[in-house]
Design a protein around this ligand. Sequence first.
Ligand code: ADP
Ligand code: MG
Length: 399
Amino acid sequence: MDIHEYQAKEVLSNFGVACPDGALAYSPEQAAYRARELGGERWVVKAQIHAGGRGKAGGVKVCDSDREIEEACENMFGAKLVTHQTGPEGKGVYRVYVEAAVPIDREIYLGFVLDRTSQRVMIVASAEGGMEIEDISAEKPDSIVRATVEPAVGLQEFQCRQIAFKLGVDPSLTQQLVRTLQGCYRAFTELDATMVEINPLVVTGDNRILALDAKMTFDDNALFRHPHVAELRDKSQEDPRESRAADRGLNYVGLDGNIGCIVNGAGLAMATMDTIKLAGGEPANFLDIGGGATPERVAKAFRLVLSDKNVQAILVNIFAGINRCDWVAEGVVQALKEVEVDVPVIVRLAGTNVEAGQKILAQSGLPIIRAATLSEAADRAVGAWRNDLSQATRVRAVS
Ligand code: ADP
Ligand code: MG
């Protein structure tokens, strides 16, 4: 789960990371009022979306007066901000953050990621702040400083000092950098984050180290341990298909193709998507309905997959190991009676009680296209989608 910049700054501040003063606003008037409350003469108005690259896309504006703040906000509120990270559809702006403008001496890149190879938290830093990390690694790879953290002892001060030295930070500022690094590391580990990025971390004209931008991503599977983090979720920034899935406890990732997938098991779901592609089609989604696919769960899955208007065929691929094919088949039949499905449905069952399962599908009277193997199922799904099967062979069950 991603959170907004202002939320990440609040979280990180609680761990001792210094950020400029700022306040949140939901309207242009409120933004101007918030700026007056903050005081000072110069502010930065920042569109709050779950994506970076806002500066170059007009989502970060320096303002010197109430009027400028309101004007900047008028252009941001309600608009879709398109940055190189949002995709062409952009993300809606419904909140802005008003922050004290800070005199910048230098910008540093700072990131904390989970390095799966070393199975450790890795710190990635560069003196070339302000640029995206992808550009830094392409253009200035030598500027990147890396350090992994030994989990048993945590981030050590000497490691932080080494990073400060390699970044060429003035020795008088080392202690501030140590505090920032350790704060980020503690926030990362204590809150089950998978990413913390501060870009830029700046050295100000008056010798302070401040996080000018902040991004945090959290492990969805650990959110139950951190209700105050879970509360920061903003559905307006998510793919609506994925929000619906998350609300229903389904593991779903929306894609751009036309063949909807309903599969039990994440590995099998990946293999199903690969096989669809191999057969010449494009999957519309990844969906793992989990091991115990009850009829209710299957029905939920059908509703979810069909809520994507691009779906023109549905491939159900179930391997029953602990589960039983007859039970899953009952679920599919029940789901098709409950949910109105007007696209071809291809079902491949394998594993425990497969014959009984096939019998249930065959005797249901529903025009379910059955397949014995995964590749046959994928071929049939792609064929069904291509041929745009005649209305007669379509499943049209009434709810
Ligand atoms: P994004 O990464 O989405 O473009 P940032 O928060 O990094 O957004 O802002 C873009 C740039 O705007 C920063 O690199 C920095 O130069 C400038 N900026 C952002 N916040 C402030 C601030 N409070 N004071 C001065 N400059 C700022
Ligand atoms: Mg940034």
